[in-house]
Ligand binder design. Structure first.
Ligand code: SAH
Length: 250
């Protein structure tokens, strides 16, 4: 397996592939004043194994297209969805978020938790806008500075990992420029990082290393994840995921 395949293999058995929780998904959903309709059209972009897809499908009526670049994650979502009664039909689609097959102005809601960074927040917000109906909603979570100043160590780390990291006011400005008006913002709690994500990820390390016969490459991936978790523990007062809910204005 190459590095990417190993990363997928470490994450595929987890409920989620990034910070978040059912509570966060429902809190963001409350900011969306969606039409009272049985035929809502929704896209969940970068769905991973679909924790938030399933939450949305339990609370809305219509059809959700769950999109991810990797079939390994979508196959897990397919398995999970068959185990519960849902208000929405879920279809999975292997595609890249920067090349979507939707018609112009065809979606009521675009959802994306912890994934838009793969194409960049600004580029994604601009590109996805065309697929929303007038008045449609965008709900995205994105890594966000929660203070105006921070220690060099964490500033350097994130600047090299994801140069677009910024404060909420800067992200909101980008959304406004991209044709949206903000309807709600909140930051994810520590529990959404630790209990819902990092704890589950850490629980996988041992089995993952065994599956890959303790290879150097597998160990490197575990070490990288541990470093990310340590950095979060050390610097969590300076960054989190921000959840942005915005309505299309033009
Ligand atoms: N929304 C999920 C997964 C977040 S992790 C959750 O919160 O648990 C980011 C996801 O984006 C991964 O599943 C990854 O496979 C997917 N991804 C990465 N690049 C992508 C691309 N270009 N197009 C679509 N999905 C992509």
């Amino acid at each position: 397996m190459n590095e990417l395949e190993l990363i997928i293999d470490l994450h595929r058995f987890n409920e989620r592939q990034g910070p978040g929780s059912q509570e966060d998904t429902l809190r963001a959903l409350q900011f969306c004043d969606l039409p009272d309709s049985d035929v809502l059209r929704i896209a969940d972009i970068g769905s991973g194994t679909g924790a938030q897809t399933l939450t949305l499908a339990q609370h809305l009526k219509g059809k959700i297209t769950a999109i991810d670049l990797f079939d390994e994650f979508l196959n897990e979502l397919e398995k999970r969805k068959s185990h519960q009664p849902l208000g929405c039909e879920i279809e999975v689609l292997q595609a890249s978020m920067d090349e979507l097959p939707f018609k112009t102005e065809s979606l009521d809601l675009i959802w994306s938790e912890g994934a838009i960074y793969n194409m960049g927040f600004e580029k994604g917000a601009k590109y996805w806008n065309q697929f929303l109906k007038p008045g449609g909603y965008l709900a995205v979570s994105e890594i966000t500075w929660i203070t105006n100043h921070r220690p060099n160590e964490i500033e350097e780390f994130w600047k090299s990992e994801y140069p677009e990291i910024a404060t909420a006011s800067e992200k909101i400005r980008i959304l406004e420029t991209a044709g949206y008006s903000l309807r709600g913002y909140f930051k994810l709690s520590e529990s959404s990082w630790i209990d819902s994500y990092y704890q589950q990820l850490s629980n996988q390390f041992e089995a993952f290393l065994q599956r890959h016969e303790n290879s150097k490459e597998a160990n490197e991936i575990v070490e990288e994840s541990k470093r990310e978790i340590e950095l979060y523990q050390k610097f969590k007062q300076y960054y989190s995921y921000g959840f942005y809910v915005a309505q299309k204005t033009d």
